[in-house]
Design a protein around this ligand. Structure first.
Ligand code: ADP
Length: 265
């Protein structure tokens, strides 16, 4: 009887050990997945400004000897600003990493951000594409219009949405940026980014905000993407107390409008 209870005790201990090992293994697998997920998100965030920097440097390398010196200096300055943006992004990415991939926006980071200044810095980033693809950019915003936001994160979202507008529309078609005050229960600012691209059908307008979601026609197209940009954008805007949504008929050529609503400052 003693033997049996000893065996039972050993079996019991083994079972408990096994259970603990299995839990530890499961936890490790989860952490590993989180790490992969985080790497995907981080590289997506970094790719966009990096593309702009590459664009400007390429212009200087290719046309350096025929460019007027001022223009050369201007391109290099823009590349440098892109590097600043990358440095900022990188430190935020590290932040997020420490918080186990959760993008946290501390209330202290929310400040008064001029919408026209945010438009300007985003325009600077996409300027090489606009020129290369012969697109008109129409901007409509009152100088003194400001929102309550984390300036870097707002720029990041605007850049994501603008880059999409260019990616999913034909070269030569225009891009519109506008902002206006909207009197809800409290005063909010609506920022619209409108393209004349292929549009997004009403039934897809929520899906594209899901992580890794890309529309069917885009999955195997040469237009590269990770399906993370809009997911990150919505997370960021909601963390700032705002909303982001799409208006589009889904008819190609009529395009889409991305509306970002944030508290007025
Ligand atoms: P990515 O562009 O990297 O694939 P996003 O999360 O930014 O990822 O966008 C998700 C999907 O939404 C895109 O793959 C595309 O199918 C669709 N989409 C985004 N913006 C537009 C747009 N302006 N016009 C048409 N489709 C769009």
């Amino acid at each position: 009887a003693q033997d049996f209870s000893e065996q039972a005790a050993v079996a019991f201990t083994n079972a408990r050990l096994y259970e603990r090992l299995r839990n530890a293994h499961r936890r490790l697998q989860e952490l590993d997945q989180m790490k992969d997920q985080f790497m995907m998100t981080a590289s997506h965030e970094l790719r966009t400004p990096l593309t702009a920097v590459q664009g400007y440097i390429e212009l200087v390398v290719q046309y350096g000897d025929v460019l007027p010196p001022e223009e050369r200096a201007d391109f290099l300055e823009k590349a440098r600003r892109g590097c600043d943006e990358l440095t900022m992004l990188l430190s935020n990415v590290m932040d997020a990493s420490r918080l186990e991939r959760d993008v946290i926006i501390r209330p202290a980071l929310l400040k008064r951000v001029s919408v026209s200044e945010a438009f300007e810095s985003v325009t600077l980033m996409i300027e090489p594409n606009l020129t290369r693809e012969k697109r008109e950019l129409h901007v409509q915003v009152a100088d003194d219009l400001s929102v309550q936001a984390d300036p870097m994160r707002l720029r990041q979202v605007l850049l994501n949405v603008c880059v999409n507008a260019l990616k999913y529309s034909e070269p030569g078609t225009p891009l519109y940026l506008s902002a206006s005050v909207y009197q809800a229960p409290g005063a909010v600012v609506s920022i619209d980014v409108t393209d004349r691209g292929k549009g997004i059908a009403p039934e897809d307008q929520e899906l594209v905000f899901q992580r890794f979601y890309r529309l069917e026609g885009d999955v195997n197209s040469p237009v590269r993407g990770s399906g993370l940009g809009l997911y990150i954008s919505r997370r960021l805007i909601e963390a700032m107390g705002g909303k982001i949504w799409i208006t589009s008929s889904g008819i190609p050529g009529e395009g889409s409008t991305f509306t970002i609503q944030l508290p007025m400052a």
